[in-house]
Design a protein around this ligand. Structure first.
Ligand code: FAD
Ligand code: SF4
Length: 516
């Protein structure tokens, strides 16, 4: 009886639990590239390069560890099922083991495999997350709103991260978020220069994959020439260690700052690597914790970073599976939005400097940091009333770290409030005030950040109030945003009409007739 472990492209971890049941002497590992799967969405070229190159490097790594690996390279005529079928027949495989997939469409596919291949197919426990998703779903299913902070504290306790011997949070407080909000002005005054990231090594595998991506995906967004991510575990480790050594200390202070000429600032930029298993979440958390104990980084930075990876990331994963247990998350649309995405989402060509710069960064690098995703691009889509599934798909296609389990709850939930508040307590809506405080975008923008209405006024200003006006029935009763309505109610009817008028003419010119 010959077993095979099928390693999925986003589970390239040596801790992949499907490997554990193999006998290296007799069993084998199967890895498959699929053109059909890779073309289901029009992914950024950097994401395709990262995934295919990391898969091919992982094959080498497994072979060095003594596994026998059967690898099926991308071929125009084969999909996953065809590749698996021919491997199973050729090698006489009688049982296939797959680690529980990270996202629901793949789970559904794996569930059909036993019947389609005519052999036993088992799913082993997912080891890429600290969260046991079945337990999470069982505990939270049916709730209308989940709270990240509660889950984060539980994770800190369970895994003993930044905890004192008597079970208290190190430093006395669980969450130092209020110390993570220094402004763009403070950043400029600090005269800090964000360090350069280490350049990853490149080899024949990388150049072959680049040529393949250009051949099979010529019209996808991005360019293989500007690819900047590591593709091996060794380089991924160096990439993260460099973050700990050079950027973590300033991460906390400037976490929310956005600078037009800076892509990563003091962020880690590890999400593309972590999400495919090149990095391991607990190893990262321990390294960050040690940096604090060694005096290499302050607590607001270390706690802030740990909150992101064992708090937010794990919570988002749990939210995705809880929501997916009962509904199709992609179809949620709390505000009933209908507008299509404007063309500038594909070019970055708009006079709104903040939006143009953030979109251009994504086009070039398949990455922006969190605040540009949430408070510029997501914020604009929310205020403009874009159909949530449309902006979700855009994020999914344009970012190198985007996978259904993480992009969908972040976009549909946190950013667009399309789930009516399952992930976020209130919509992340902001006017030019916030963007100006946290960035250097407004200086040099064609629009005037101080004007509230009219042709030259910043669109975020009138769209912000128009958003609350048009969603009055749905939002006024939310006590987290009551203050917005207190201010709105003080505006005269003429002022409210001017807001509606400015919003109407801006949106009408966005892309005329683009409604579903
Ligand atoms: P850092 O700021 O250095 O944070 C460290 C790590 O914490 C990240 O690498 C990530 O693994 C984790 N993390 C932090 N916040 C979140 C979060 N909200 N959800 C999940 N993990 C988190 N993250 C993705 O991995 N893939 C996505 O497709 C994605 N889409 C997003 C879309 C929107 C609209 C928003 C608001 C957020 C999205 N995020 C996504 C979450 C977050 O923005 C990115 O994880 C982060 O910006 C990645 O950059 P970084 O590695 O430099 O993060
Ligand atoms: Fe963005 Fe408005 Fe500032 Fe221009 S003025 S950069 S559109 S917030």
């Amino acid at each position: 009886m010959k077993k095979a472990a099928w390693i999925l492209g986003d589970q390239l971890s040596l801790n992949n639990s499907a490997l554990r049941v193999l006998d290296k002497a007799t069993d084998m590992v199967v890895m498959t590239e699929s053109l059909e799967h890779a073309r289901e969405l029009s992914h950024h070229k950097h994401k395709l390069m990262l995934c295919f190159s990391a898969m091919r490097h992982f094959k080498q790594e497994l072979e060095q560890q003594g596994y026998s690996v059967c690898y099926s390279q991308l071929d125009e005529n084969k999909n996953f099922l065809d590749s698996l079928n021919s491997i199973v027949r050729k090698h006489g495989v009688s049982e296939l083991i797959v680690m529980q997939p990270n996202e629901s469409a793949t789970v559904k596919f794996v569930e059909t495999l036993s019947e389609n291949l005519g052999i036993a197919v088992a799913q082993s426990k997912n080891t890429m997350f600290l969260t046991d998703r079945d337990e999470f779903v069982k505990k939270h299913r049916g709730k209308s709103h989940l709270v990240m902070e509660n889950y984060y504290r539980q994770m800190r306790k369970t895994h003993n991260v930044l905890m004192t011997k008597d079970g208290k949070p190190v430093g006395g407080e669980w969450n130092l978020d209020k110390e993570n909000r220094r402004t763009a002005k403070a950043f400029k005054q600090s005269k800090l220069t964000p360090p350069k990231r280490p350049a990853p090594t490149r080899d024949r595998i990388d150049s072959d994959v680049a040529a393949m991506v250009e051949k099979f995906f010529p019209n996808n967004i991005g360019s293989t020439k500007t690819f900047w991510l590591p593709t091996t575990r060794k380089d991924a480790d160096l990439f993260f260690d460099d973050f700990i050594a050079t950027r973590l200390k300033d991460f906390g202070d400037y976490e929310d700052v956005m600078i037009a000429d800076e892509l990563v600032l003091f962020h880690s930029a590890i999400s593309p690597l972590l999400n495919i298993g090149l990095l391991d979440v607990m190893t990262l958390a321990r390294k960050a914790e040690h940096a604090y104990y060694n005096g290499d980084a302050p607590l607001n930075s270390v706690e802030g970073f740990i909150r992101q990876i064992i708090g937010w990331r794990e919570f988002i994963y749990g939210c995705y599976w809880t929501k997916s247990a009962d509904t199709d998350y992609h179809q949620e649309n709390f505000f009933g939005n209908t507008r299509k995405l404007p063309d500038f989402f594909w070019t970055g060509k708009t006079n709104m400097r903040c939006v143009s710069s953030a979109i251009s960064k994504v086009i070039e690098h398949g990455y922006t940091h969190h605040i540009e995703r949430l408070m510029v691009i997501g914020n604009f889509a929310l205020l403009a009333g874009i159909l949530p599934n449309e902006i979700n798909r855009w994020f999914w296609e344009f970012y190198a770290d985007a996978y259904d389990w993480v992009v969908t709850p972040n976009v549909m939930g946190m950013s667009q409030f399309a789930d009516g508040g399952f992930v976020a307590t209130k919509p992340y809506a902001a006017s030019a005030n916030y963007i100006d405080k946290m960035s250097d975008y407004c200086h040099g923008c064609a629009y005037d950040k101080t004007l509230k209405t009219g042709e030259t006024a910043c669109p975020f200003n009138y769209l912000y109030w128009d958003f609350f006006l048009r969603n009055d029935e749905k939002l006024r009763k939310n006590n987290r945003i009551g203050m917005a309505y207190v201010t709105l109610d003080k505006k005269t009817t003429a002022e409210q009409d001017a807001i509606r008028q400015s919003a109407h003419s801006f949106l009408a010119n966005l892309n005329p007739n683009d409604y579903y």
